[in-house]
Design a protein around this ligand. Structure first.
Ligand code: NAD
Ligand code: GLY
Length: 343
């Protein structure tokens, strides 16, 4: 078992375990009130819904089951969740449990943060991506027609319980999806190395979350340093949106990191060895790194991104592995670099 404490606007513990044996001790004390809303998706509910209901026995449970997938992270489902809380007389002393992958974490977190201006949120993530990234740090969101994560809050959970046993049923493509974010950490800090990436164990999750925790503690609301966690996301989000969310988030982050390497090569004049080392690290996840969209399509999407500042974007570039740097780049210059690298 591994444990991390996150000290930001709220202090909370992340438990990383290989079963649920510590759930009562680590989570139940934080479940406030008699009413508990479990927000989950249909796949997770079918596989593990019964187990979660069992853990929360004795509470008045309501369950909101969304269809699996990114398209569920929308305003209609957000209203469905908060209306269910209101119709079941949830008060500020009750609790929302986000039980699922990053989609559920983001939308349930957004609902918990806004219902009655904020009720207790517990995160029980079930995907590799949610283990290493989305369940921690307090970003919540829904997507709007104009773009991904355009509506959201910063709202920290009261406890995070990671049970690696969930990985047993996670399809290979979702493991690969999570690996996109794992590789992001390997680029941000040399504490995650190639041999760690091949084992999806508690130690790898701990190492990734430690990197995230340390960054979030310095800059909870992304005024500056937290933007490092967006490595691969500027181009990645654009590709994800252009695909109509058919391409999963982590897979798009991997494509976005491939683009970030090309941009870094141009900006910093990286030498051939450094670029080869970076590309070798990126390939550990065996992602398809081809970008199916034109430079024009991508820059049009980036223009709609919330991270745009006038005609420029904050872009995470790499001087080397473990040496990321936030740069401001004109969207037109980014488009030129992407265009020059189109095959
Ligand atoms: P997801 O929640 O859609 O889960 C992926 C698929 O796996 C779904 O079909 C789900 O039903 C299924 N699944 C979940 N757990 C399972 C299990 N144990 N066994 C079998 N199937 C299971 O997607 P995701 O990749 O977990 O998360 C992606 C989302 O996370 C995106 O919306 C992204 O924007 C968001 N995100 C948020 C943050 C943040 O800091 N808030 C960070 C990174 C990503
Ligand atoms: N983009 C991930 C984070 O800031 O939490």
């Amino acid at each position: 078992m591994f444990e991390l404490t996150v000290s930001v606007s709220k202090t909370y513990k992340i438990t990383i375990a290989s079963d649920f044996s510590l759930f009562y001790e680590r989570v139940l004390p934080f479940i406030k009130g008699e009413n508990v809303a479990i927000v989950t998706d249909d796949t997770v509910d079918k596989l593990y819904g019964g187990a979660m209901d069992g853990f929360l026995q004795g509470k008045n449970i309501i369950k909101i089951v969304l269809r699996h997938g990114e398209r569920s992270k929308n305003a209609r489902n957000y209203l469905q969740i908060i209306n269910a809380l209101a119709e079941n007389a949830f008060t500020r002393s009750d609790t929302v449990v986000a039980f699922g992958g990053g989609v559920i974490g983001d939308i349930a977190g957004f609902a918990a943060s806004t219902y009655m201006r904020g009720i207790t949120l517990i995160a029980v993530p079930t995907t590799l991506l949610a283990f290493v990234d989305s369940s921690v740090g307090g970003k919540t969101a829904i997507d709007l027609a104009a773009g991904k994560n355009l509506c959201g809050t910063f709202y920290q959970p009261s406890a995070v319980y990671i049970n690696t046993a969930f990985l047993v049923t996670l399809p290979k493509k979702e493991i690969k999806n999570g690996l996109g974010e794992v590789i992001k950490y390997a680029f941000l800090s040399d504490t995650v190395c190639k041999k760690d990436i091949k084992k999806f164990d508690e130690n790898l999750i701990y190492k990734c979350l430690k990197i995230k925790r340390d960054i979030v503690e310095k800059d909870e609301r992304e005024s500056n340093e937290r933007a490092l966690l967006n490595l691969g996301h500027t181009v990645g989000h654009a590709i994800e949106k252009l695909s109509g969310y058919k391409l999963p988030h982590g897979a798009c982050v991997a494509k976005g990191i491939a683009a970030a390497i090309k941009v870094s090569e141009k900006l910093f004049g990286l030498n051939g060895d450094t670029v080869r080392k970076m590309n070798a690290l990126l390939k550990t996840g065996k992602h398809d790194l081809n970008n199916p969209y034109s430079a024009e399509e991508i820059s049009a999407q980036i223009t709609a991104d919330k991270k745009r500042q006038g005609d420029s974007v904050k872009f995470v570039a790499l001087k080397d592995i473990g040496k990321p740097e936030i740069v401001k780049i004109a969207v037109s210059d980014l488009q030129k670099i992407l265009k020059a690298n189109e095959s």
